[in-house]
Design a protein around this ligand. Sequence first.
Ligand SMILES: *Cc1c(COP(=O)(O)O)cnc(C)c1O
Length: 397
Amino acid sequence: MSGTLNSVIELDATFHAGVYNRMKICLVRGEGSRVWDSEGNDYLDCVAGIAVNNVGHCNPKVVEAIREQAGKLMHCSNIYYIEPQAELAQRLVKMLPEGLDKVFFCNSGTEAIEAAIKLTRRASGRPGIIAARGSFHGRTLGSLSLTGQEKYRTPFEPLVPGAKFVEFGDLEALASAIDDKTGGVILEPVQGEGGIIPALPEYLSSVRDLCEEKGLILTFDEVQAGMGRTGSFLACQRLGTTPDIVAMAKGLGGGFPIGAMAARSDVMDMFHPSDHASTFGGNPLACSAANATLEALVDEGLIQRALELGNWAIDNMEKTQKEYPELVKSVRGLGLMLGLEMASEKIAMKVFDDCLQERILVNRTAGSVIRLVPPLCITKEELTRAFSAIRASLRSV
Ligand SMILES: *Cc1c(COP(=O)(O)O)cnc(C)c1O
């Protein structure tokens, strides 16, 4: 270990909150689907900042846009008009499903969910929101209240009242949870932290119908699945259902922090001046980064690439599962949002460690699921390398 890594570990242990389970790696540089640590080791990155670096680390278009805007104007208040913000809103609406035609900008995924909660209350006039078990919507109190995982919620109760949880994929359960206080429903079209679980298209369209019938606002959390990752701009476009509200963040700024909530304009128009706001939300620098990110997604054909490479990857993973049916419990994914559910947490940990030995970064979620959410510019050869490492690890169990 070099002096750099040791001293960072020491500073972190002494001065930083102990909220992160960190690996003993300090990343210092990235390019495309590769990253380098302080020791000079390079890695194939199948984590991408957890589905953030969709256009690749340090995408030249994004770097240039940030450089240029940083020298002009980084921040100004939302009491003034902001040109890159207006442009980004237009660009985003063009990429969103038809009907989602107004946008609010914030700085993170959890903030996009907070905005969706407030808008749901405003538009429905009711406080209740139904969410799914196994969901993840963020760490602030509102979005935590809708996160269907006890381990995140219990220590911080009492949370915001009004949340109810039902099994993800169970339409009947959702229908019976609706009461006269229910204002909306929130779902991830592909559950991310919950273990990469794509919803069935029929489930989403039935939920859509149910919400229309009962006058409920439907929100999709596309913070992780969106921004091209699943082979369409939003996962719900591939799955064929349009919500009333959508939350986005992670990949939107190409690595720069930005979040967004889009909505049907009749819903968004229920927000009046000072109903909601953000100091930094939609600032010139973040919006310039996001404009360049969306341009890169399109110009570099990354959404199509996620679709094709994703289909290939899922085939490949299914072959691995057939080879090791006692070790790999299931294989799931949509585009380049991929999960291999191992038979136990122990096997997942071994695969994780063996990949790291091969300098391949993967992530483990929901205990036993190996999650691969690489930059969308990753090559087939690189993905093959990752799959070979996983297979070699399983062989030696
Ligand atoms: C990461 C994530 C969030 C929270 O985003 P932050 O930017 O960490 O606040 C919310 N929803 C989903 C589906 C996520 O994956």
